[in-house]
Design a protein around this ligand. Sequence first.
Ligand SMILES: Nc1ncnc2c1ncn2[C@@H]1O[C@H](COP(=O)(O)OP(=O)(O)OP(=O)(O)O)[C@@H](O)[C@H]1O
Ligand SMILES: *[C@@H]1O[C@H](CO)[C@@H](O)[C@H](O)[C@H]1NC(C)=O
Ligand SMILES: *[C@@H]1O[C@H](CO)[C@@H](O)[C@H](O)[C@H]1NC(C)=O
Ligand SMILES: *[C@@H]1O[C@H](CO)[C@@H](O)[C@H](O)[C@H]1NC(C)=O
Ligand SMILES: CC(=O)N[C@H]1CO[C@H](CO)[C@@H](O)[C@@H]1O
Ligand SMILES: [Mg+2]
Length: 423
Amino acid sequence: LQSALKIGQKLNEGKTKQIFELVDQPGLVLVQSKDQITAGNAVRKDQMEGKAAIANKTTSCVFKLLQESGIKTAFVKQHSDTAFIATHCEMIPIEWVCRRVATGSFLKRNPGVKEGYRFTPLKMEMFFKDDANNDPQWSEEQLLESKFCLAGLTISQCEVDIMNRSTVAIFEILEKAWATQNCTLVDMKIEFGVNVKTQEIVLADVIDNDSWRLWPAGDRSQQKDKQVYRDLKEVTPEAMQMVKRNFEWVSERVKLLLEPQASGRVVVLMGSTSDMAHCEKIRKACTSYGIMCILRVTSAHKGPDETLRIKAEYEGDGVPTVFVAVAGRSNGLGPVMSGNTAYPVINCPPLTPDWGAQDVWSSLRMPSGLGCSTVLSPDAAAQFAAQIFGLTDHLVWCKLRASMLNTWVSLKLADKKLQACSL
Ligand SMILES: Nc1ncnc2c1ncn2[C@@H]1O[C@H](COP(=O)(O)OP(=O)(O)OP(=O)(O)O)[C@@H](O)[C@H]1O
Ligand SMILES: *[C@@H]1O[C@H](CO)[C@@H](O)[C@H](O)[C@H]1NC(C)=O
Ligand SMILES: *[C@@H]1O[C@H](CO)[C@@H](O)[C@H](O)[C@H]1NC(C)=O
Ligand SMILES: *[C@@H]1O[C@H](CO)[C@@H](O)[C@H](O)[C@H]1NC(C)=O
Ligand SMILES: CC(=O)N[C@H]1CO[C@H](CO)[C@@H](O)[C@@H]1O
Ligand SMILES: [Mg+2]
């Protein structure tokens, strides 16, 4: 595969990477990490050998997590130890910074705020990428007034709002993922690009050791990020070894962010196979959240012994389960399940236009002591089950979070389009 790739001309080169055109894949580029140090010092160079490979692993795992969650990114796939394929973007020259805990430059710019102050909601800042002027902090107004136009897209209020919202969602996803490793994501900086083909705003460039602060167990003294390097009083081989070990610590852990921490399942019980189409919709939606979904046929009215036996089957193996009851006409199934299991039960009755308004009461009006919920749309029933699993399974939570962002963005873009038409 690697040899099949025809590398074209160099489009861009910076301090840490080179961007190459791909001859046979228009719209895609190769992002090649440079295996060299920023400080141009021989000692550092020696000790940081392999740094590009570590950065590779970090970037590709993080982008994989974001992509599987449903966040739009430029990342396409890993190519080699030190390079990945990405969609070709024109980069928006802004660094978006998102903070959960106050530290670093925020403290200098906001004297009086103590390190450790927690931002809820998250604190957003933006910096104009301008090396000559040390990347000055910008306001939203400054960005709007500069009227950047990239790949034919003018950066106006709509685009700024999309980047702002996306940064928050991306932070929350990475924060949730790092929490599974007992690690606090303190802050993060990211960049967006405009996909030259689709004109979509996507997360681009890289997320690596230099992009965030990570404090294991929320403890600054155990930080595993680039700050360790910045804080070095003297660059000795031993000190550099420690910095490298820290990067390796992150690149080892970063793989774990992709692993499920918990696994649950949805068991859909249907009163009759005539409800199959409705149940298949539930299964399809569960699958989109990465949740296993099993379909069973049982009637609480006609075979209550079987209903309770099936229930016991799923209670017996310790796998966290959400039951979804699909029963037309009078829904006895959900309430009987709910009265006999401590697992959550969601009624999702397949209502018909003629009797739906009457039938729904068999799912709504419960005897005391029953905690089942009723969700009418099959997609929404699966979503509700996902929200239950998302409490303990970060991969499910991340998909729900990204989906919320994507819905918000679609509404924003639909409104922009409508406004443009009515002008
Ligand atoms: N998918 C992409 N398509 C096109 N250009 C990209 C893509 N991803 C990254 N780039 C750009 O490649 C260039 C080289 O990256 P590098 O990070 O080495 O630059 P740098 O020296 O750090 O400068 P900068 O301050 O812009 O980050 C940057 O301008 C970066 O924005
Ligand atoms: C990681 O940190 C090192 C040390 O500060 C730095 O030289 C490097 O640019 C950072 N990024 C990558 C990709 O390793
Ligand atoms: C991001 O959005 C929030 C909430 O709308 C706003 O308060 C903040 O000023 C924005 N931040 C930037 C940097 O644009
Ligand atoms: C996180 O911390 C808890 C409590 O201190 C501990 O039980 C758990 O094993 C830790 N998990 C990881 C991944 O380190
Ligand atoms: C050297 C190294 O770690 N290379 C890795 C780059 O990323 C891919 C995808 O995560 C890995 O398969 C490589 O091993
Ligand atoms: Mg850069």
